[in-house]
Write a protein that binds this ligand. Structure first.
Ligand SMILES: Cc1cc2nc3c(=O)[nH]c(=O)nc-3n(C[C@H](O)[C@H](O)[C@H](O)COP(=O)(O)OP(=O)(O)OC[C@H]3O[C@@H](n4cnc5c(N)ncnc54)[C@H](O)[C@@H]3O)c2cc1C
Length: 431
């Protein structure tokens, strides 16, 4: 026996759950099928020895859209906002150095030498970004090698645990440049915006990031099926038959929000060319180590200069971000040291502690070690150019458009609006 619906969403991470949330508000019949027994995907908050820890994102940005969603879900009183002005650091040549977020701070900072600053000042004279150059080449050409290795490279590569030398402007950075309005010059854009970068504050929730997907799940619980791994898709009439372990759904539209590997498996029959392309995408393996330490450190955390040879890519100071007493989260590995995830938990913990002490001079002990993977957004993304899917099948995923949480929420809302328009006669999506 199969049930009929208008939209079937595969995966109940933040993308699938927010699709469900907006479809419900628009009155579009839908079902969200999730393989695991818990909603949230990579957003997972936990307690280890009584300490709140995050396996996925440690925080998001309190953008206007996020504020609106949080208010609608009644999560307002649960929000924790990081203190304003917390510094971010880069570890270089034996100590932590503050990352400048304005032209004035850059001129005063010791993150690069006087000569490197002078070289960066010539940036407006350099040519605009080319789609076929690597992200590393772009930053070096624009800002010079030192600013690349110590500021632009660790901050941009760190978002994906990727090496900017393996990323291509047209496949990743171009989206960001467009979003922040950079045409030719980074510096000219910065000066037009008042000479400073001022993103919305970092935020989380009292019981961690997982409160957000939990609240989305509760708001659409009747339509979200857990422990229902989708096994296959098959064209059926003008729509699709979605086979999961526990039920079969006939839907006009299917939206895949799963990681690339799972999407490729599901598309193998329905769209074999697209499936083969998606299978070529690289993910960066990452070890996440929660550390316990008593320190005087104040800040968002640090990234490691690309000139340093550490297994650690960066550390988040959960302690000062959201008062998570004594908790620090270290990220090791990524594309520059992928072998790390093959080490034992003890080895990973030992290296994380040793490098934390090298960087901060504080002793720490590991609380827990986990392994994660992030879409690399590197040169392998060329595989996606020109792929197409049969009518009624869509992808909305962190490997297909912006991976950050604000980007995931925005795409889900847009797509739900589109489904509501196509389904016709339903209420508009208001949030
Ligand atoms: C370690 C880490 C740190 C991050 N840090 C940040 C950060 O600080 N800020 C930020 O904004 N973003 C961050 N991100 C990125 C952001 O968290 C993710 O891009 C986003 O949460 C992905 O959500 P999603 O719903 O698109 O995918 P996922 O969370 O991957 O959800 C996909 C869902 O599909 C399910 N699924 C898979 N196969 C099937 C199947 N066959 N049938 C049914 N269901 C299936 C999975 O079980 C999963 O629940 C981080 C990501 C990671 C991994």
């Amino acid at each position: 026996m199969s049930e009929r619906t208008v939209v079937a969403v595969v995966g109940a991470g933040i993308t699938g759950l927010s699709l469900g949330y907006h479809l419900a508000r628009a009155g579009v019949p839908h079902v969200v099928l999730e393989a695991e027994g818990r909603p949230g995907g990579v957003i997972r908050s936990d307690r280890v020895e009584g300490h709140l820890v995050e396996w996925g994102p440690q925080r998001t940005r309190l953008t206007i859209a996020m504020q609106q969603l949080v208010a609608e879900l009644g999560l307002g009183p649960r929000v924790l906002t990081a203190p304003s002005g917390l510094p971010l650091y880069v570890y270089r040549a034996g100590r932590l150095r503050e990352v400048p977020f304005s032209v004035g701070q850059f001129l005063r900072s010791d993150i690069v030498s006087f000569w490197a600053k002078l070289r960066a000042a010539a940036e407006p004279l350099t040519a605009p970004a080319r789609d076929d150059e690597s992200v590393a080449d772009y930053f070096i050409r624009k800002l010079g090698r030192h600013v690349y290795e110590n500021i632009a490279g660790p901050l941009y590569g760190g978002l994906y645990a990727s090496d900017p030398a393996e990323m291509v402007v047209g496949l990743s950075l171009r989206h960001l440049l467009r979003e922040v309005g950079v045409e030719r010059s980074l510096l000219a854009t910065l000066l037009r915006r008042g000479g400073a970068v001022d993103p919305p504050p970092a935020c989380s929730f009292i019981d961690g990031m997982e409160e957000l997907p939990r609240a989305l799940y509760e708001s659409d619980r009747a339509n979200v099926v857990l422990e229902a791994p989708v096994l296959g898709l098959e064209a059926s009439g003008r729509g699709w038959r979605v086979e999961s372990e526990s039920r079969t759904v006939e839907a006009d539209r299917v939206i895949l929000t799963t990681p690339a590997r799972a999407a490729a498996r599901l598309l193998a029959e329905a769209a074999p060319t697209a499936a083969a392309a998606i299978r070529r995408l690289h993910y960066n393996p990452l070890a996440v180590v929660h550390l316990r330490a008593h320190t005087e450190l104040v800040g968002l955390g640090y990234q490691v200069s690309l000139a340093e040879r550490l297994a650690t890519r960066g550390v988040t100071f959960n302690d000062s971000l959201f008062d998570r007493e004594g908790v620090y989260t270290a990220y090791l590995g990524g594309s520059r040291a992928p072998e790390v995830v093959g080490w034992s938990d003890t080895e990973i913990g030992t290296v994380a502690v040793r490098e934390f002490q090298q960087v901060t001079a504080y002793e720490a002990r590991p609380l827990w070690v986990e392994r994660e993977a992030m879409p690399a957004w590197d040169a392998s993304w060329a595989a996606l150019i020109g792929i197409s899917l049969p009518p009624g099948l869509r992808i909305a995923a962190n490997w297909e458009s912006r991976p950050g949480l604000p980007g995931r929420l925005a795409q889900a809302k847009r797509l739900a609006e589109e489904c509501a328009r196509e389904a016709g006669g339903h209420r508009p999506v208001s949030a």
